[in-house]
Design a protein around this ligand. Structure first.
Ligand code: PBG
Ligand code: ZN
Length: 324
């Protein structure tokens, strides 16, 4: 049956009808809020390229996490930004490292908040790469040892979930084995499974001081044109024991997310990354778009494409706007 019998506009006539027939909804329950932890105390330093985002010392982080929890956001993702960096990323798995102290402090002050930790070496290495360097290149297998040690140190500090973002081959299996061996078989792995070598990470690298000092990440992060390969990455991570699979960035890779949704019956996450966030905020600051609406539209698109979880710097703003 078609026009004039069928008129799709009939169901769009009022806000009540539109509300009733909405296919996708954004909820606070979907959100994970990324945070950057630095050394010191009383630090709340704005990240210039990410309006509304701050680098926080552990004491300020605890205050922030209480607020996040009060807003009904279930989880945070912590990135440690240490003062000292070296070739092997010694700070990454230090028992008294910045992220380990942050996890302990947050879990004791806000036990109901789920603490996810980013597991990578790039914030801790002086060369800024996500793995160890041998003969001028990122060495895969030696890096696995350091990543596994890092994940275990996070679990020991009390992390609820570990999230490896390095893109080394075999890291999920290595981390799963190390966690299980260390008595942490109950700690899930949220794998950055399909992580692309993206220009949209620019603002993050300012915040996390993780810009590679030579070369780039294209020998380990994925080539943006490849969607089938992304599904292979995700399949392998599942086989290695990943509990949740992530696609990153989000908006430029909604096709990958939608294909993953059709293919895998596991929880999917999408990372609405720093550049995606910064573009909306920058245009809104200039009065070129309605920032709140654009942000909501971006996140609902990510949900519609199939994400169960959305990691976004807009989590607090969006949660505050959602009617409970
Ligand atoms: C580092 C890491 C990056 C992000 C999360 N973990 C950046 C990179 O790979 O260079 C990006 C997050 C963002 O842009 O918001 N392993
Ligand atoms: Zn990294």
């Amino acid at each position: 049956m078609s026009f004039p019998i069928t008129r799709l506009r009939r169901l769009r006539r009022s806000e009540a009808l539109r509300r009733m027939l909405r296919e996708t909804r954004l909820s606070r329950d979907d959100l994970v809020y990324p945070l950057f932890v630095v050394e010191g105390s009383g630090v709340r330093a704005p990240v210039t390229s990410m309006p509304g985002v701050f680098r926080l010392s552990v004491d300020a982080l605890v205050i922030e996490c209480k607020e996040v929890h009060d807003l009904g956001i279930p989880a945070v993702l912590l990135f440690g930004v240490p003062d000292e960096k070296d070739a092997r990323g010694s700070g990454a798995d230090a028992a008294d490292g910045v992220v380990q102290r942050a996890v302990e402090a947050v879990k004791s002050a806000v036990p109901g908040l789920c603490v996810v930790t980013d597991v990578c070496l790039c914030e801790y290495t002086d060369h800024g790469h996500c793995g160890l360097i041998e003969d001028g290149d990122v060495a895969n297998d030696p890096s696995l040892v350091r990543l596994a040690e890092t994940a275990v140190s996070h679990a020991r500090a009390g992390a609820d979930v570990v999230a490896p973002s390095d893109m080394m081959d075999g890291r999920v299996a290595a981390i799963r084995a190390a966690l299980d061996g260390g008595g942490f078989d109950a700690v899930p792995i949220l794998s950055y499974a399909a992580k692309f070598a993206s220009a949209y990470y620019g603002p993050f690298r300012d915040a996390a001081e993780s810009t590679p000092q030579f070369g780039d990440r294209r020998s380990y992060q994925m080539d943006p044109p490849n969607a089938r390969e992304a599904l292979r990455e995700m399949r392998l991570d599942l086989e290695e024991g990943a509990d949740i699979l992530m696609v990153k960035p989000a908006l430029p890779y909604l096709d990958v997310l939608a294909r993953a949704r059709a293919e895998f019956d596991v929880p999917l996450a999408a990372y609405h990354v720093s550049g995606e966030y910064a573009m909306v905020r920058a245009a809104a600051e200039r009065g070129w778009i309605d920032g709140d609406r654009a942000m909501h539209e971006a996140l609902i698109a990510i949900k519609r494409a199939g994400a169960d979880l959305i990691l976004t710097y807009a989590a607090k703003d969006v949660a505050a706007q959602l009617v409970p």
